[in-house]
Design a protein around this ligand. Structure first.
Ligand SMILES: CC(C)(COP(=O)(O)OP(=O)(O)OC[C@H]1O[C@@H](n2cnc3c(N)ncnc32)[C@H](O)[C@@H]1OP(=O)(O)O)[C@@H](O)C(=O)NCCC(=O)NCCS
Length: 120
């Protein structure tokens, strides 16, 4: 059963940070894993925009403003992205009996989009 869906679009230019801005913004928004992933890839801003879109899409799917750093994106060995939730977001998963969170991300030089589906 589908419990919720979320879709979000992010403008890459807004995530094109210099080192100082990245350090300031990153601490509030991204998980350590997301930062190190973006830093070792080309087109860092596209990745960061994609992660932000994934976090927004997750919030929309749950319908609650989950803290940014409680929602993380990690990757399977083949590159497929996955949402990982940390406390306090884990409470929402238990309360709503969410069994799977499906995520897809796409990005170009200008925009990144993400879609999340919650399944019970
Ligand atoms: C993975 C693939 C779909 C990326 O397509 P693309 O048009 O180059 O790039 P997009 O911007 O649309 O997507 C990039 C995002 O796809 C996601 N992705 C990467 N590998 C993926 C995979 N195996 N399955 C699903 N999503 C994947 C990632 O989130 C990636 O962004 P990130 O690395 O910044 O997190 C493409 O390289 C491909 O088809 N590889 C073949 C292997 C495969 O498993 N394909 C699955 C889809 S049919």
């Amino acid at each position: 059963m589908i419990l919720g869906v979320g879709l979000d679009l992010a403008e890459v230019a807004r995530y094109s940070f210099d080192e100082r801005a990245l350090a300031w913004f990153a601490r509030r928004v991204y998980t350590d894993e997301e930062i190190s992933y973006a830093l070792r890839k080309r087109n860092r801003a596209e990745r960061l925009a994609g992660f932000f879109a994934a976090k927004e899409a997750t919030r929309k799917a749950f319908g609650v403003p989950i803290p940014w750093r409680s929602i993380g994106v990690c990757h399977e060995p083949g590159g497929k992205p996955q949402i990982v939730l940390y406390a306090p977001a884990l409470d929402f998963v238990e309360r709503r009996q969410v069994r799977a969170i499906h995520l897809t991300i796409t990005h170009t030089a200008t925009h990144a989009a993400a879609m999340v589906v919650l399944e019970r």
